[in-house]
Design a protein around this ligand. Structure first.
Ligand code: SF4
Ligand code: SF4
Length: 133
């Protein structure tokens, strides 16, 4: 059942049932890794290479630069259950659903977001006047 359907049934959302309402189990559908703040043309060239790959995105928020791989966890089961719940990695145990992507899309806090080569290349040309020379 989708989130929309459940909401329309006026089911009270609690920390215990919230994840079952979350269509696609958002927090289990990607991997992120913090990046050094890019400064030089060389740094940006490197990011251009990374973001040229399928399902790779780069963003900057108030914590800095991050690379994100849109890739669903292989342990995610039909219905949103974790297939290794009892032994899931620590980062999954630490993740709190108190205020998560279900409540507000992560994109809302992005200061910069690059979804492909073109978007980052545009940014590079703005940031470095002599980018193409
Ligand atoms: S923690 Fe939040 S984003 Fe993750 S599955 Fe639960 S409701 Fe969805
Ligand atoms: S191990 Fe389980 S909780 Fe962690 S990302 Fe995969 S499905 Fe989600």
């Amino acid at each position: 059942m989708t989130l929309k359907n459940k909401s329309s049934l006026n089911v009270k959302i609690t920390p215990e049932n919230k994840c079952s309402f979350c269509h696609g189990s958002k927090c289990c559908s990607y991997v992120t890794e913090a990046l050094e703040t890019p400064r030089s043309k060389y740094d940006y060239e490197h990011l251009l290479w990374q973001v040229s790959h399928e399902n790779v995105q780069i963003y900057k928020d108030d914590e800095g630069w991050t690379i994100m791989f849109q890739s669903k966890c292989t342990h995610l089961q039909q219905g949103g259950r974790c297939g290794i719940y009892e032994v899931r990695p620590q980062i999954c145990r630490d993740h709190d659903n108190d205020y998560c992507e279900y409540d507000e899309p992560a994109e809302k806090s992005f200061e910069l977001f690059f979804n492909d080569y073109e978007s980052l290349h545009k940014h590079c040309k703005k940031r470095f006047k002599k980018w193409d020379r």
